[in-house]
Design a protein around this ligand. Structure first.
Ligand code: GLA
Length: 384
């Protein structure tokens, strides 16, 4: 990175390299903005940034993935451009919102997290950049403050009303572990990742989904609508602050209050929370077949009840079931992106080959396949 920085900016970076990983969510999809449970891992693909301070009011940012240099006037940061630079700009706007200051800078971003594949390249970028700013300009942000700042950047500036899972796991992830995160209390339990002789294989459809295309935000507002209807009817003994407070026993009684579509959304959220608990338990017991069954169930629910899958994702999950591997499901926000698969170690190569072949035949698109391993969350590395 040192050499690249010199090449682009004609000087040397100050301080360290800030690394933050992408993530795979094992299960618990679309529950994080409903106060529910999620079970993500940080993965061994990360985004690294390094920077130096300059004496002007300009931010210069270079991305190696896009091979683009962007300059930002620090006195005029308020306009999103709907490109990757919004993530950086959004962080700066949120820092100022908190009454903190920074000066001009040169910043280099080098990322290996594929963009648009549902592995949260955006959270990796946000956390890495926020950590770098925090140190360079002595902002004094700690843990949750920094995680929340990154989420706000995405919500307010980028305009994607995402939950907190991605930023949280990119910051707190641990190698060899998944985190069972309660998104209402913002506390997590560390779960041993006992995958036995199985590997986690990601197949990226490469059909890009954008949070900004609104369907994600539509789902979010449907959940808010459902909450309002339930509370408005005083239907449950207490007013709810999040859909995840609804128990499975209460769920069926809501059928008469909520119209079909809203009931389906709520139904997904309530049952997905139960599946998260199931997967966490089965994982610690090394019961991979059981974990896999819940993966397939989760996918069915995301497809039929929450309606966030796509024909490409469904094709791959059907392929997984027919091959067969013990479990597969879409991961992340949906509307494209990737699926995860639990594949026996000895079969990984054959599985990838066959899935690729079938997908190419069906869609004339070559998917991207990789084995992912768990890794630690955000870290600072000395400049090599
Ligand atoms: C995206 C969001 C997360 C979460 C998932 C769906 O990845 O960034 O907050 O809502 O979708 O589970």
């Amino acid at each position: 990175m040192f050499d690249q920085f010199q090449e682009v900016f004609g000087g040397v970076p100050e301080g360290d390299v800030y690394r933050a990983p992408g993530r795979v969510n094992l299960i618990g999809e679309h529950t994080d903005y409903n106060g529910g449970l999620v079970l993500p891992i940080a993965i061994d693909m990360d985004t690294c940034v390094c920077m130096r301070e300059t004496a002007n009011d300009i931010g210069c940012v270079y991305s190696t993935s896009f091979d683009q240099l962007a300059t930002m006037d620090l006195n005029d940061l308020d306009h999103p451009s709907n490109t990757w630079t919004d993530y950086v700009q959004g962080i700066m706007v949120e820092i100022r919102e908190r009454g903190k200051q920074f000066r001009g800078f040169d910043l280099l971003i080098d990322s290996e997290v594929p963009v648009g594949s549902g592995l949260s390249s955006s959270a990796a970028l946000e956390i890495a950049v926020a950590n770098a700013f925090n140190d360079m300009f002595d902002l004094g942000l700690v843990d949750l403050q920094l995680i929340r700042l990154c989420q706000s950047a995405e919500n307010n500036f980028v305009g994607a009303h995402t939950g907190i899972m991605d930023q949280y796991i990119s910051y707190h992830g641990l190698a060899g572990k998944a985190l069972l995160l309660n998104t209402k209390e913002l506390v997590h339990e560390v779960i041993e990742l006992e995958l036995d002789d199985f590997q986690l294989v990601v197949i990226d459809t490469t059909v890009s989904h954008e949070h900004e295309n609104n369907q994600y935000n539509v789902r979010r507002s449907e959940c808010e609508q459902a909450l309002e209807v339930i509370n408005g009817n005083d239907f449950l003994p207490e007013q709810l602050t999040a859909l995840s407070q609804i128990s499975t026993e209460q769920l069926s009684s809501l059928r008469s209050v909520l119209e079909g579509r809203l009931f389906d959304r709520v139904s997904h959220v309530v049952n997905e929370n139960q599946r998260v608990i199931g997967v966490a338990d089965f994982l610690t017991q090394g019961k991979i077949e059981k974990v896999g069954e819940l993966f397939y169930e989760s996918h069915r629910s995301l497809k039929n009840l929450y309606e966030v899958s796509s024909k490409e994702l469904d094709f791959l999950v059907d392929f997984a079931r027919d091959y067969p591997v013990p479990g597969a499901r879409m991961t992340g926000g949906g509307f494209g992106g990737a699926i995860i698969n639990l594949v026996p170690e000895g079969k990984v190569e054959d599985y990838i080959q066959q899935a690729t072949f079938a997908f190419e035949n069906e869609f004339n698109i070559t998917p991207k396949c990789f084995v992912v391993n768990s890794s630690d969350g955000a870290r600072v590395k000395p400049m090599a």
